[in-house]
Design a protein around this ligand. Structure first.
Ligand code: NAP
Length: 248
């Protein structure tokens, strides 16, 4: 059965800024009930208040995607609040770029914990609910960095290639009724690069983003496109770059 976007319950990880925030706002504008998760709950509370003031339906939940119990609680909160879960968006991510030779091994761990294990935790929590419903849609945020490798981005690219592989396996294994979409943005103006330690790698990323970066709402609109297709249409991947992006 095709549910219209206005009948859908959508949970979004990493909804306190950037692409996750813009996606929550766009989906709520389209009538979806949205569940926003992240660690900075003050930010989530403000976004939820603004969505509600504009006539939307939203709740905020504290979430750390690296903690499996936190992700299960997030999904349970969505189902307890709205009665079902139609779409789960694995959006939370970190991009801590540096050359391998700097051996920032704690940052390598953090990227795999959030970008890969966080996605697996999301699938583990959301898929059983969707299998019971015999209906659902998991959307995973990869990147152009999930298609191409560039010096300094090696570990980040490794996490995003993994997201692509996991998503394709999920598509094949999930069975009829459950859709899987990978969204792969190029440069988008968000807080993502602000967490890179000062130095040559951060300067290079900032210079790249200064030449071309999309608004997060451009990615949110791609999510709305994938979500709003009829139930038999599985949009498997959307790759979106700024027209002016000549790197990566
Ligand atoms: N911006 C780009 O150019 C670009 C390009 C390609 C792909 N992407 C991907 O798009 C996704 C969103 O990134 P963005 O660009 O919107 O960056 P952003 O503004 O930095 O947003 C990242 C979000 O992830 C959340 N997050 C980080 N660690 C978390 C954790 N342990 N548990 C829960 N939430 C966590 C952050 O929330 P809290 O800190 O409040 O927890 C924040 O809401 C990422 O997967 C990123 O890799 C971005």
């Amino acid at each position: 059965m095709t549910r219209s976007i206005g009948d859908k319950v959508v949970a979004i990880t990493g909804a306190s800024s950037g692409i996750g925030e813009a996606t929550a706002r766009r989906l709520a504008q389209s009538g979806a009930k949205v569940v926003l998760g992240a660690r900075r709950t003050d930010r989530l509370d403000r976004i939820v208040s603004e969505i509600k003031a504009a006539g939307g339906d939203a709740v905020a939940c504290t979430l750390d995607v690296t903690q499996r119990s936190s992700v299960y609680a997030f999904v349970e909160a969505a189902v307890a609040t709205f009665g079902r879960l139609d779409v789960f968006i694995n959006n939370a991510g970190v991009m801590l770029v540096s050359p391998l030779g700097e051996f920032k091994v704690d940052e390598w761990d953090q990227m795999f914990d959030v970008n890969v294990k966080g996605v697996l935790n999301g699938i583990a929590a959301a898929l059983p609910v969707m299998q019971r419903q015999e209906d659902g849609h998991i959307i995973n945020l990869s990147s152009v960095a999930g298609h191409k490798v560039a010096p300094g981005f090696t570990v980040y690219c490794g996490t995003k290639f993994a997201v692509g592989a996991i998503s394709e396996g999920l598509r094949q294994e999930a069975g009829p009724g459950i859709r899987c979409t990978v969204i792969s943005p190029g440069a988008v103006q968000t807080e993502l690069s602000s967490h890179i330690a000062a130095g040559a790698a951060k300067d290079a990323v900032d210079a790249m983003y200064a030449t071309a970066a999309l608004s997060p709402d451009a990615i949110a609109q791609a999510v709305v496109y994938a979500v709003s297709q009829s139930a038999d249409v599985d949009v498997n991947e959307i790759l979106i770059r700024p027209t002016a992006q000549n790197f990566f």
